[in-house]
Design a protein around this ligand. Structure first.
Ligand code: ZN
Length: 96
């Protein structure tokens, strides 16, 4: 059982690797993404999803999210302007 699961995982890995190296796949993927992002309905849905994630569905959830974000204080240093920021204002970089 374990051996066949490992074989399936290996096959999935090989399939993903083949997709990564397939220029035609990336061309189709890029066209698909461009079509999606030019659709106003998609843009409106994305905007609503981001607002829900950022502000929550009601005032209590909005306050909870704000308290989570500001809990540690502005202790994250921006590598560009060296200002201290809240966790929500920064992105972790793997390398510069
Ligand atoms: Zn900055």
């Amino acid at each position: 059982m374990k051996h066949s699961q490992a074989g399936v995982c290996e096959q999935e890995r090989i399939t993903k690797q083949q997709k990564c190296n397939d220029a035609a796949y990336w061309q189709r993927e890029n066209e698909h993404q461009c079509a999606r992002h030019s659709d106003p309905a998609f843009a409106q849905c994305e905007h609503a999803r981001k607002e829900l994630k950022h502000f929550g569905k009601d005032l209590a959830e909005c306050i909870d999210l704000f308290l989570q974000i500001t809990h540690d204080g502005p202790v994250y240093v921006c590598t560009s302007c060296h200002q201290t920021k809240f966790v929500d204002d920064v992105q972790e970089l793997s390398s510069l």
